[in-house]
Design a protein around this ligand. Structure first.
Ligand code: NDP
Length: 337
């Protein structure tokens, strides 16, 4: 019974195996379940927390907020929805837990999602956070329409592949960016990107994107999870009244800009959204997950958790690979060898 703890902010060396921060033999509090973790999902936000770019309420904490597993014990349930859960159920979660990179986690009942019978623990630990994010970005931050040209930065990454597939399903023309030919192949084959541009080998990548988009009427929306290194050039690709949605900092946080820049590039809108604001009480996330699982069941979305699987004990390598741009699709950590 162990967990991967971060005791102080810093590099991958700050990830250390240690004891669980609770006893699995203690009674479970009302509204919680004890979950035996099968797979933890690693997301870029776990890097921001470990480095201290984003702060956790307290140190030490157990890394990774997303995971899947089996309910071992239930606390007293307080709502009719959560009372549908039973000991032995296969469940996944992306928030509301004591930390997923562990053998066990305490998870709020309201944050547990039953895993469809045909879905593996690995896919279940891969889909919720990035899938709900890709859903709100393409359905709510900007509602993608048939015929729109969308630019997806880091299109071979976990979130990028999901955004691309959803945009393709919604009838958009997808232009993806990435850093290598191997990643470009995945962006095309899995992400169904219509065009892929390498933004590391071509320093004029934005001009290339613009010329690809021109015959279709220009880029309507940019989805940018890369941040500092792509933001300014990304603005130049947009058509007048286009939408810049900057939703992450993989290369570092975006530098401050003057609103006048949005005028210079054609009355653009700028948004910096986060998932928690697109997860309103009353079932918003459940509705997103329902549509997402529908696309997975119909084959419109293919999950990619098998591209980067690491044992929990090798958590430092998993983080290093994600931060070192060596991964495609979702990165997961398994508790069983
Ligand atoms: P990814 O799997 O997309 O990995 C990040 C990718 O970013 C890399 O593979 C790499 O692709 C690209 N990248 C470009 N520059 C760098 C750099 N200097 N260092 C590292 N990577 C770089 O990660 P996720 O899918 O987990 O997350 C993608 C983004 O989405 C992150 O910024 C994350 O914070 C954000 N996010 C935001 C949410 C929100 O609600 N706001 C929710 C979920 C995720 P390449 O090699 O092709 O350049």
């Amino acid at each position: 019974m162990s967990a991967i703890l971060v005791k102080e902010y810093g590099g991958v060396e700050k990830l250390e195996e240690g004891p669980l921060p609770f006893s699995v033999d203690a009674p479970i509090a009302a509204g919680y379940a004890l979950v035996e973790i099968k797979v933890a999902g690693l997301n870029f936000i776990d890097v921001y927390y470990r480095t201290g770019l984003y702060k956790k309420p307290q140190l030490p904490y157990v890394t990774c907020d997303e995971g899947s597993g089996v309910i071992l014990k239930l606390g007293e349930s307080s709502s009719s929805t959560s009372s549908l859960l039973r000991v032995g159920d296969r469940v996944a979660f992306f928030r509301g837990s004591s930390g997923a990179a562990a053998t066990h986690a305490l998870v709020k009942l309201e944050d547990l999602y039953p895993i469809p019978s045909e879905m593996s623990f690995q896919d279940a630990a891969a889909v919720l956070l990035q899938g709900a994010t890709a859903h709100y970005l393409t359905r709510s931050s900007y509602a993608v329409k048939r015929g729109d040209v969308v630019l997806v930065q880091a299109a071979a990454g976990g979130t990028g592949l999901l955004i691309s597939q959803i945009c393709h399903t919604l009838g958009a023309i997808v232009i993806g960016t990435c850093s290598s030919e191997d990643k470009a192949k995945i962006a095309r084959s899995v992400g169904k990107a219509d065009h892929v541009v390498n933004y590391t080998s071509n320093e004029n990548w934005a001009a290339e994107v613009k010329s690809i988009a021109a015959p279709y009427g220009g880029v309507a929306v940019v989805y940018d999870g890369v941040g500092k290194s792509t933001f300014l050039q990304g603005l130049t690709t947009l058509k007048p009244r286009g939408h810049m949605i900057t939703f992450g900092n993989a290369s570092g946080p975006v530098d401050p800009i003057s609103p006048l820049l949005l005028t210079q590039h054609g009355s653009l809108t700028l948004q910096r959204p986060t998932l928690k604001d697109y997860s309103a009480a009353g079932g918003e996330i459940e509705e997103r997950v329902r549509e997402l699982f529908g696309w997975i069941a119909s084959g419109d979305i293919v999950l990619t958790s098998s591209n980067a699987v690491f044992p929990l004990s090798d958590v430092r390598s998993a983080f290093a690979a994600l931060e070192g741009r060596q991964t495609t699709g979702k990165v997961v950590l398994t508790t069983t060898p």
